[in-house]
Design a protein around this ligand. Structure first.
Ligand code: AMP
Length: 300
């Protein structure tokens, strides 16, 4: 590990703001000394829940390529977990995460406690995700998207990023964050990074750590189903759904929750009446582990 690039791990809002202000001033001075023009240094935020894998690191690399100061937040947000969900067992690997971010040259890791983010217990003012927030992941996890949007809004206000980077893996999250930005006039631009997969197709996820080898092999049916769907999408949504079902339903360890095709503009389900770009979404339980994945479809 390169000691020079070791990130500062910051736990409080005051310290983060002060360190970011210092970093911005320093970059501005360096630029002025070199006689360079350009606007204020750009802050890029990568919000995560930690247990970082190559998917997260792809977001981090994108962040570095577009901004001057990268902040990776690591916060397992209790507000987006329902009763009986895996808040307690969600993997927490801060030391390894910081080491991985050091390798990527990230200067700032914001790793607050729940007490810092929710000093009065759960926030009583919340962002509500609207109708799309109750579909798909929101139907399976009531309140999940309100909790997610609330913490994302707080992180935007705490960090003040010019750009925030999200992964396409959480397609409904991306849709709802973009909706929130438009509806509530938040400032940052959003960058979306394509899904990073392991060999065999399974989308990388911190939750994959909980899979037994046999479950991990079975979980590949999800990406295989989506791939099969994309390859026949020219025949319409129904044929694509059948192709995906054929792969996923054949795998007894995979308990399908939903498999749908949505209009990317509205995130509402569509069928054969829909033409052009669409997205197929899947969610399933493999053992006790909830997995999601999605793929773009080009419908005729
Ligand atoms: P999480 O820590 O799971 O909340 O994820 C933090 C960010 O990383 C979210 O924007 C995710 O969509 C993104 N992400 C997680 N897994 C992947 C992946 N396999 N490919 C691309 N982005 C991902």
């Amino acid at each position: 590990m390169n000691v020079l690039t070791k990130p500062e791990v910051i736990g409080t809002i005051e310290e983060l703001r002060s360190r970011l202000a210092d970093a911005q001033k320093r970059i501005e001075c360096e630029r002025a000394e070199r006689g360079e023009a350009g606007g204020p240094p750009r802050i890029v935020l990568v919000p995560t829940m930690g247990a970082l894998h190559a998917g997260h690191l792809t977001l981090v690399r994108r962040a570095r390529s577009i901004g001057d100061i990268v902040v990776v937040s690591i916060f397992v947000n209790p507000l987006q977990f329902g009763v009986g969900e895996d808040l307690g067992s969600y993997p927490r690997t801060l030391e390894a995460d910081v080491a991985a971010l050091a390798e990527e040259g990230v200067p700032f890791v914001f790793a607050p406690t729940s007490q810092v983010i929710y000093p009065d217990g759960a926030a009583s003012t919340r962002v509500t995700a609207g109708a799309v927030g109750s579909l798909f992941e929101g139907a399976a996890r009531p309140g999940h998207f309100d909790g997610m949007l609330t913490v994302v809004a707080k992180l935007f206000n705490i960090v003040g990023p010019d750009v925030a980077v999200f992964g396409q893996k959480d397609a409904q999250q991306v849709f709802l964050v973009e909706r929130m930005l438009a509806d509530l006039n938040f400032r940052p631009a959003i960058e979306v990074v394509p899904i990073v997969r392991e060999d065999g197709g399974l989308a990388l996820s911190s939750r994959n750590l909980a899979l037994e080898p046999v479950q991990r092999a079975a979980a590949r049916a999800l990406s295989a189903g989506l791939e099969a769907a994309a390859s026949v999408a020219a025949q319409g949504a129904q044929v694509a759904l059948q192709a995906a079902h054929a792969r996923i339903d054949a795998q007894p360890l995979v308990k399908l929750d939903y498999l749908v095709v949505v209009d990317p503009q509205t995130f509402l389900p569509v069928g054969d009446e829909h033409h052009g770009p669409a997205r197929m979404l899947v969610a399933a339980l493999v053992g006790h582990t909830r997995l999601i994945d999605n793929v773009a479809l080009d419908l005729p």
